[in-house]
Design a protein around this ligand. Sequence first.
Ligand code: FAD
Length: 373
Amino acid sequence: MPSVDVTVVGAGPAGIGMALALESLPGLKYTVLESNRVGESFRRWPPQTRFITPSFHSNPFGLADLNAVDASSSPAIFAGAEHLSGTQYADYLSFVVDTAQLPVSCGYRVLEVQPRRLGGFHLITDHGELDTGCLVWACGEYQFPDLTPFPGGQWCLHYAQVVNWQALETGCYTVIGGYESGVDAAFNLLRLGHRVRWLVRRPTWDLPEVYDPSLALSPYSRERLREMEASDALDIVYDADVVEVAIDAKGGFRIHAADGRHWDARVPPVLGTGFLKGGGAGQIADLWEWNDEGHICLSHIDESTRIPGLFLVGPQVRHDQGIYCFIYKFRQRFAAIAREIAQRLALDPIPAKQAAGAWGPFGNAECSNGCGC
Ligand SMILES: Cc1cc2nc3c(=O)[nH]c(=O)nc-3n(C[C@H](O)[C@H](O)[C@H](O)COP(=O)(O)OP(=O)(O)OC[C@H]3O[C@@H](n4cnc5c(N)ncnc54)[C@H](O)[C@@H]3O)c2cc1C
């Protein structure tokens, strides 16, 4: 049976960024297993969707591109775009994999993880089995939407199920959810000439003293919101705490709110209501400890508090100091995990120590462009 020191599961930005950090550890035997293609979640975005966080090639002056997975590459330079599409970003990730010659095996879905009695893990995939010392789980959220945030959610169309906004039939759409994906859904539907009723529990663009984009609407979406507010085809309904969607005898939908109001719709409501708590980490739910709010408990080094050697990277990582749901946030954890793994395997810790400085407050620790600035 093949055996490696470390296995990373998932080849999105979290898995690829983590692989780059591991690559800096000489002598480490590691692999990345991906069930589909590199950047698969981004390849599934509707073609109209764009990155919210801007990309800009500020690298030579010590500020890494906000959406890069390492200190030297730049999605802005790769794609020639500031707000990349999903396909452009997935192509950027594939470029990084090819350039660094990372050991990524696509088409390998991890079906089961068995912790071994003496440490390490036995992985069962749809194409064979593997033993690994440490396991880094990087399975994201996008492919794990919460399809039933309330009873009747199954009648709705979740944002993550939309293949192309252009393919939807003409009509008056109801969008549920007042955060990023709700804005994106409403914006694209309006742009394509539909009418939109937008049910919002609380306006994320008007939260007093809240500036963290993990909680408050991003500037990019605020700009879109201002454009939308000028449209007669948009009806924003505030304090709409949806508790149920029912279907009526004519095949229509009745949306019920907690305060007794209801709205009728002829086409399935669109859900911008988020993903399963823990996202893809729920595939190995028993190997984590979960808190009362349904989030995963992690050590200070993002290790499972239940099973040693199992690490989590990506948007599900939360600590007291913040929610790591953007790439520029969760990439800051890669080097620390790599350093921890190096220590446990008694590898030369110096390269990882250097890497740990890569994401300081101003990004790159040193110019990576060779321009000597
Ligand atoms: C509409 C939208 C817009 C966004 N805009 C931004 C933005 O502007 N800026 C930003 O920073 N973030 C943005 N995000 C969030 C960002 O996309 C996520 O934080 C990011 O994709 C998470 O990366 P990841 O690698 O953890 O997960 P993913 O990109 O989802 O990668 C996980 C990978 O794991 C694979 N996988 C899953 N299960 C298994 C298994 N059992 N075996 C093997 N492989 C498996 C999947 O196929 C996938 O390729 C946006 C999200 C959405 C939905």
